[in-house]
Design a protein around this ligand. Structure first.
Ligand code: FAD
Length: 386
């Protein structure tokens, strides 16, 4: 077991860090100010630099690198802001994983290379007003009929709603109850009958648009089928890797909050000395560092164990859950250490706290991850309905 990065990985981190620090802060500031998503020009730039789909096979237009490499790339960009890094998250850890792993070849070849080239953004639409944690209660239907699939229903909280070019829509595709009836279909934004509600405003996540989505007899060709009814388990397997992207976002936000607090406490003077000289401040720094490192190790374990495949539900849920709780604690401590400057919107720390909070809801809540972990421990799923 070796806990150090290879020299190639060190170089990758260095290159992406230098690029991110030079080119992303201004764009991130604009995104935060306007609420507009990352501009297409920067997504093309990511593609040129090989930062999209780092861990997607080369045959599908990706970088053919490891999941750990993709984590390193995402962390360096997300330290600037999760919104500016979101296209990278989507291309390496987002819904195209369900397509690249499980969709029939023609659909895979139609969609994945475009995402890796920065020409197409794909979002995931699972949640509904009455189906959040209880995802298998979803009601949206997708009926295969004479070479077409007809979709009816509504979705909520989709990150990228309205802005993305296409959506991986989880839908009920047979009369089988619960998970058994669920499959997924790709729906392009411009399909007749597909509309969006008003933009939603979150506490953080500015520049990652969200809106209700309505499907009224929306028709797509049967070739847009990702997986038919019965494919829910596969979709969740792909989602195990998406959880590692969520973990990386939490880690990046926490690491950058720690970096900022560390610099601040060595500059800020009170009572005639730098506040880092106070033991209470030192203890906070140490606690932050231990938590960030622990989250990093759990994340690295999940993606390294997965090798080129998909991580286990236990590894990915443990990493996500720990990192989601950790980022709330670390950003909160960093804010406190920076006093009035931490709380001021003129300084970047408060945004980190707001952005950091959301990851413990997105992608399955913290407590749902804990249920996954307990299930893995005892070797069976717990029925939440009985
Ligand atoms: C920033 C953000 C981005 C998102 N992006 C997407 C996206 O791109 N696509 C998408 O489809 N969805 C997305 N979501 C939705 C997200 O997946 C859901 O919000 C999440 O699964 C929780 O569902 P809910 O909000 O309905 O909460 P609920 O399921 O109603 O949960 C409310 C509370 O009850 C607890 N709870 C519920 N059931 C149990 C149980 N059995 N045991 C213990 N506690 C329980 C939960 O832990 C939570 O604390 C996003 C959400 C957020 C906040």
């Amino acid at each position: 077991m070796d806990f150090s990065l290879s020299s190639e990985q060190e170089q990758l981190v260095d290159t992406v860090r230098r690029f991110s620090q030079a080119e992303l802060p201004e764009i991130a500031r604009e995104i935060e100010e306007t609420g507009e998503p990352a501009p297409r020009a920067i997504i093309k730039r990511y593609a040129e630099l090989g930062l999209l789909g780092t861990n997607i096979p080369e045959a599908l237009g990706g970088g053919g690198m490891t999941h750990l490499d993709a984590v390193l790339v995402l962390e360096e960009t997300a330290k600037i802001s999760p919104a500016v890094a979101f296209p990278i998250f989507e291309s390496s850890f987002g819904p195209i994983l369900a397509i690249s792993h499980f969709a029939p070849e023609p659909l895979r070849e139609r969609v994945v290379p475009k995402v890796c080239a920065g020409e197409m953004i794909v979002a995931v639409a699972m949640s509904e007003p009455d189906a959040g944690s209880a995802l298998t209660d979803l009601k949206t239907t997708a009926k295969v009929d004479g070479g077409k699939i007809i979709i009816n229903g509504m979705k909520r909280w989709c990150s990228g709603a309205g802005h993305s070019d296409a959506y991986v829509v989880y839908a009920r595709m047979s009369d089988d109850p619960g998970a058994k009836g669920i499959g997924a279909v790709l729906v392009e934004k411009d399909r007749d009958g597909f509309t969006f509600g008003k933009p939603e405003h979150h506490m953080g996540f500015r520049g990652i648009p969200s809106a209700d989505m309505y499907f009224e007899n929306v028709e797509v060709p049967e070739e847009n089928l990702i997986t038919p009814a019965g494919g829910f388990r596969k979709l969740m397997e792909a989602f195990d890797l998406e959880r590692c992207g969520n973990t990386t976002m939490s880690l990046a936000i926490a690491q950058s909050a720690l970096d900022q607090a560390l610099a601040y406490v060595q500059e800020r003077k009170q009572f005639g000395k730098e506040i880092v000289e106070f033991q209470a401040v030192q203890l906070k720094l140490a606690e932050m560092k231990m938590k960030v490192d622990a989250a990093r190790l759990l994340l690295y374990r999940a993606v390294v164990n997965a090798q080129k495949g998909l991580p286990s539900i236990a590894d990915s849920s443990i990493a996500k859950c720990f990192a989601n709780e950790m980022v709330r604690e670390v950003t909160s401590t960093a804010l406190q250490l920076m006093g009035g400057y931490g709380y001021s919107t003129e300084f970047p720390l408060e945004q980190k706290l707001r952005d950091g909070w959301g990851w413990g809801i997105a992608g399955g809540t913290i407590d749902i991850q804990k249920i996954n972990i307990a299930s893995a421990l005892v070797g069976r799923r717990f029925d939440q309905r009985r």
